[in-house]
Ligand binder design. Structure first.
Ligand code: FE2
Length: 308
């Protein structure tokens, strides 16, 4: 059984129109479908029908996220494993969500809703699949140029508990971990692809969203993104751009109009091998300031405590 990627993040937003405008004009996504209640979008480098879903709600946050399984038989295996781990599993027939086949729905120990699926409608890269132009699509010019959905950062009151489920049931592996004095995980980065994290877990309320992250083309793209976001008065962190010691990436964080935190980052390293081949990099919690904010060398507390 294999999770091939985090396929999409479904976000609850308090104003659908302003959210759509943000994700299209600022982030650079394009709309692939609208229903009465949801808008489906994708980044230029995402081939599946959608990588972001927006739904209007009374409060912002993460409605659910999708994981794409590598084989049709994975759904049955996952059903058995998830139930054995104590999750209540529901099957939703093909057609329940646009562009997605049969779905296995369950909640993680942290109360996050996950929809697992194998079959998707492949619509190809935005540049097309025949002789594509490397400069990109016109619709994304004028945005920060998100290339593809990269990872979701979840909040959990018990990080060990959620990590255990992702590692033992979903076959994720751990690339970097911040260890608390009691030996428990304080922050962790988990991967299921060849990049160093597909899911990050930070302390916070159950079902909480810390951020949803897109990869930028390179470090220069992050600088340009900060300037564009500032120019358009999109709420960003005070210092604009920074670098994480953990993962080593160059990054900027900003918020959609409903308060959901977004990230555009560049430079994640490739994971070193198959699951279990290499032990995770460990950080002492006393080093978390440098680990989270390498230039500033101290934790930005609103960054840790402001979540949706
Ligand atoms: Fe991130």
């Amino acid at each position: 059984m294999a999770v091939t990627k985090v396929g999409y993040a479904a976000l609850a937003v308090t104003d659908l129109n302003s959210a759509v405008e943000h994700y299209v004009n600022n982030v650079g996504l394009s709309i692939t479908e609208r229903t009465k209640t949801e808008v489906y979008l994708r980044s230029p480098g995402d081939q599946d029908h959608h990588s972001v879903v927006l739904r209007e709600s009374s409060r912002a946050g993460l409605d659910r996220f999708g994981i794409k399984m590598g084989d049709p038989d994975d759904l049955a295996e996952l059903e058995t494993l998830a139930e054995r781990a104590g999750a209540q599993v529901r099957r939703l027939p093909a057609g329940s969500e646009p562009g997605i086949g049969e779905i296995l729905a369950f909640r993680l120990p942290s109360e996050h809703e996950v929809w697992a699926y194998h079959s998707t409608q492949n619509i190809g890269f935005a540049e097309g699949m025949d002789n594509p132009d490397p400069v990109g699509v016109d619709s994304a010019i004028g945005s920060i140029g998100a290339q593809h959905l990269d990872h979701v950062a979840l909040c959990a009151p018990d990080i060990d508990d959620l990590s255990k489920f992702l590692i033992e049931v979903l076959d994720f592996d751990e690339s970097e971990v911040v260890v608390a004095p009691d030996g428990k995980r304080a922050v962790t980065f988990l991967f299921c692809t060849n990049t160093m994290h597909d899911v990050a877990i930070v302390p916070g309320p159950g079902a909480g969203l810390h951020h949803v992250s897109f990869e930028g083309e390179n470090r220069a793209a992050i600088v340009r993104a900060v300037e564009l976001l500032r120019h358009r008065d999109v709420p960003t962190m005070a210092y604009g751009m920074t670098r994480h010691g953990l993962a080593g990436v160059t990054t900027t964080y900003f918020h959609d109009p409903s308060g959901n935190r977004n990230e555009l980052f560049s430079g994640p390293y490739a994971t070193p091998g198959a699951q279990g081949m290499v032990p995770p990099i460990e950080w002492e919690i006393s080093e978390l300031g440098r680990g989270a904010f390498y230039y500033e060398n101290e934790l930005d507390m609103p960054f840790m405590t402001t979540v949706t």
